[in-house]
Design a protein around this ligand. Structure first.
Ligand code: AMP
Ligand code: MG
Length: 298
């Protein structure tokens, strides 16, 4: 058979080989629900893909969660003062977090754990914390007090009582990682959504992209091979004395951002999209221009 005939044969067979069905699955994880949509040629292939992708998300939750005392993150927090060797995942997330922290002069800061915990209690009680409580928590925060060593892959927290919180960045990272797992299995036409953080792979068959509804803009966008993160959803806020405070903290005041607007960021990397969407509420939209390929959805 000549090379040309072979090519024609392949092309003739292609539509059959490419016939793909749409499959969907969801699982509660990371304090929200992870949903995956993918195109596969059989239910078995889809099932194996879902299992591998959800395994990856669960493994990341076990590393990055601040709710689980046994997570790698919380073990790191208990070893303040030491240079602790950490996993690739944790190191990469912390590296991205520190980049956004530097670019926002600490408006985005994953060392705000003590303030976030205080704010969580505030949201439950519906009463603002006393200034002394805020001052005490703030004394244990500050991204400059966390040192990363890229060569040794170690992280050092300066003082006891420091607490990391990756709530503003980990879901975007996990969504992109799960998509990578699917891609490696030949299931690149997939979408992973963890709460408001989406990682989109190749477009569905014969479509220009995935239809992403951006509620606060009243708009549907068709996108592929990009990550989309939305912050400031209507559910996550508390109202005290007629003022609406966000679950995103302004480190300057130690309390939630007031009257936060929803924002959606589109970026090539999941962790960056997630962190920027959170950071914009405190630092403004101009920030996004510093990140290649990132933009605010309008
Ligand atoms: P997101 O929903 O991605 O905007 O993330 C919000 C979460 O990020 C909060 O629930 C906190 O866990 C954490 N967070 C709050 N304020 C900040 C901040 N200024 N910088 C970094 N993380 C924050
Ligand atoms: Mg975020």
């Amino acid at each position: 058979m000549s090379a040309l005939t072979r090519t024609w044969l392949l092309l003739a067979l292609a539509p059959v080989a490419l016939t793909a069905e749409r499959f969907e699955s969801g699982e509660p994880v990371m304090g929200t629900v992870a949903r995956i949509t993918l195109y596969a040629s059989s239910a078995g292939e889809a099932r194996a893909g879902f299992a591998a992708a959800f395994d990856r998300i669960r493994a990341l939750d076990a590393e990055l969660s601040d709710y689980r005392p046994d997570s790698e993150l919380m073990r790191l927090c208990r070893r303040a003062g030491e240079a602790v060797k950490v996993s690739d995942d944790l190191f990469r997330v912390l590296q991205d977090a520190q980049r956004v922290a530097r670019d926002t002069n600490g408006a985005f800061d994953v060392t705000l754990g003590p303030l976030v915990r205080l704010w969580r209690r505030t949201r439950l009680k519906g009463r603002l914390p006393a200034p002394a409580e805020i001052a005490r928590a703030r004394g244990l925060c500050g991204y400059r007090r966390m040192t990363l060593d890229g060569r040794r892959r170690t992280v050092r927290l300066e003082s006891k009582g420091m607490l990391l919180d990756l709530g503003g960045i980990a879901k975007g990272y996990a969504a992109a990682e799960a998509l990578g797992v699917l891609h490696a299995r030949g299931l690149g036409r997939a979408l992973v959504a963890i709460g408001g953080d989406l990682a989109l792979g190749d477009a569905p068959p014969e479509k220009p992209g995935w239809r992403v509804e951006i509620e606060h803009l009243g708009k549907v966008m068709e996108l592929a091979n990009v990550c989309v993160s939305t912050s400031g959803d209507a559910v996550q806020f508390v109202e005290i004395g007629g003022v609406r405070y966000s679950h995103i903290l302004d480190p300057r005041t130690g309390v939630g951002v007031r009257n936060q607007k929803a924002v959606t960021v589109i970026a090539p990397e999941g962790a960056i999209a997630d962190a920027l969407a959170t950071a914009i509420s405190v630092a403004g939209e101009g920030l996004v221009d510093r990140y290649a390929g990132a933009r605010v959805a309008r």
